[in-house]
Design a binder for this molecule. Structure first.
Ligand code: APR
Ligand code: PHB
Length: 404
């Protein structure tokens, strides 16, 4: 269905949501259940957002949120629970028993595009407004009590008046550009490496996720189902995929993941491949006037540890609770605390993702000394009870805030 075929949207709503990624769709779902009107406007096609392959590790809080909002049925059947993770370096494997070290917590493998599919389907079923192929060109009047979203539908630019705008439009979105210069502080960096990721029709070679340090660069073994593996190797940030045959990718994965025992890497046809750069980015505060930013629009963590989607879910959980209280009786306390509440978790995740990234990747200018220090640190954190607990605690994430 193209934008021109879709029904025109109402001219006003309570919460205008820019972007139908996990942040925008989850926020819409929670607010809908609280009886608050929302409109979700997305630049891309439905097919594109549902097919975009990204990370797929859900903290328990994210899983619970899907279940609490009535979109967790397929997830309950298909998610692959992870009770531990494995580090590999110097030919050895080191398992971190996450569940044992965190009083019973675990994480779950379920692809981000599956989360998006489940949420789009629920919104289609409820009939709540969701418009694809309608790029938002501008968010304006955010310092008034009637902010406006201007979006393109076919050849026309239309307006949606809102009480509040939620900018859930990712790192390349437009919502945050509505904020006057000097209000928000942006911090971040780019890393001198990227990930070459593949999705392959090959049964996972291990039940748990594996993070490997290797002198040729990091490798990561993950999965999507009992038949599908998801794997990554560290590469240049602008790596040209044309330089890699499928066989070379498998050979490189095998070289970096292999250990001294007889473990083997299952190979199979590669269905998808892509290169992603890596950055850290945090915007503070995440709110100005009636505009609230959530998810990748306000922060990016490097993908090591797979916290991006979980942070997006935690943001919108906090925002949904605050908006529900405010719409119910005008109490602004939770809304005023939105940014600070979210940023505590964001900085924890940002630190952990950065630490894990720097520990596992080889910088192009790294010396032998640097490599030896990484190995010494890995050896320490994987064997010390304190180190193992720290890894496990960060892997499962902080406890979620309540939104109900
Ligand atoms: N108008 C409308 N929609 C837009 C615009 C625009 N001008 N710009 C961007 N978008 C849409 C994008 O097409 C995308 O579908 O906003 C959506 C943002 O979704 P995500 O990038 O998935 O971000 P978010 O919902 O915050 O989810 C965070 O995504 O990048 C991963 O690792 C990250 O898992 C994390 C998750
Ligand atoms: C994934 O399954 O895509 C994944 C898992 C763990 C990570 C990153 C990505 O740290």
């Amino acid at each position: 269905m193209s934008a021109v075929d879709q029904q025109p949207l109402p001219a006003r709503t309570q919460v205008g949501i820019v972007g139908a990624g996990p942040a925008g769709l989850l926020l819409g779902r929670m607010l809908e259940l609280q009886g608050i009107e929302t409109v979700v406007i997305e630049a891309r096609t439905q097919e594109y957002v549902q097919k975009r392959v990204r990370a797929g590790l859900l903290e328990q809080g994210t899983v619970d949120l899907m279940i609490e909002t009535g979109v967790g049925e397929r997830l309950k059947r298909e998610a692959l629970p992870q009770r531990g993770l494995e580090f590999r370096f110097a030919g050895q494997r080191h398992r971190i028993p996450v569940t044992e070290l965190t009083g019973g917590k675990r994480v779950n493998v379920y692809g981000q595009q599956e989360v998006v599919k489940d949420l789009v389907q629920a919104r289609r079923e409820s009939g709540a407004p969701l418009l694809f192929e309608a790029p938002v060109v501008e968010v304006a009047a955010i310092d008034t009590d009637a902010p406006v979203i201007r979006y393109r539908q076919g050849d026309e630019v239309r307006e949606l008046r809102c009480d509040v705008v939620a900018g859930c439009d990712g790192f390349h979105g437009v919502a945050r550009h509505a904020v006057p210069a000097g209000v928000m502080t942006e911090r971040g960096c780019e890393y001198p490496y990227g990930w070459l990721g593949i999705l392959a029709d090959a049964p996972p070679s291990n039940d748990e996720i594996i993070y490997a340090w290797h002198e040729r660069g990091m490798a990561l073994h993950s999965m999507r189902s009992p038949e599908v593996s998801r794997l990554y190797i560290q590469c240049a940030p602008d790596e040209d995929l044309a330089n890699w045959t499928d066989e070379q990718i498998w050979d490189e994965l095998e070289a970096r993941l292999s250990i001294d025992d007889d473990w083997t890497l299952n190979r199979g046809p590669i269905r998808e491949k892509g290169v992603t750069g890596m950055r850290s980015f945090v915007l503070e505060p995440m709110q100005y006037g009636r505009l609230y930013l959530a998810g990748d629009a306000a922060h990016i963590v490097p993908p090591t540890g797979a916290k991006g989607l979980n942070l997006a879910a935690a943001d919108v959980r906090t925002l949904a609770a605050a908006l529900t209280t405010w719409f119910a009786g005008g109490d602004e306390t939770l809304l005023d605390a939105y940014s600070a509440t979210c940023l505590e978790r964001i900085w924890r995740a940002q630190h952990n993702a950065t630490w894990l990234t720097k520990l596992l990747h080889r910088s192009p200018d790294a010396s032998d000394m640097d490599a030896r220090l990484q190995l010494a640190e890995l050896e320490y954190v994987c064997t010390s009870p304190a180190g193992r607990t720290m890894i496990a605690e960060n892997y499962v994430g902080l406890d979620p805030v309540s939104w109900l």
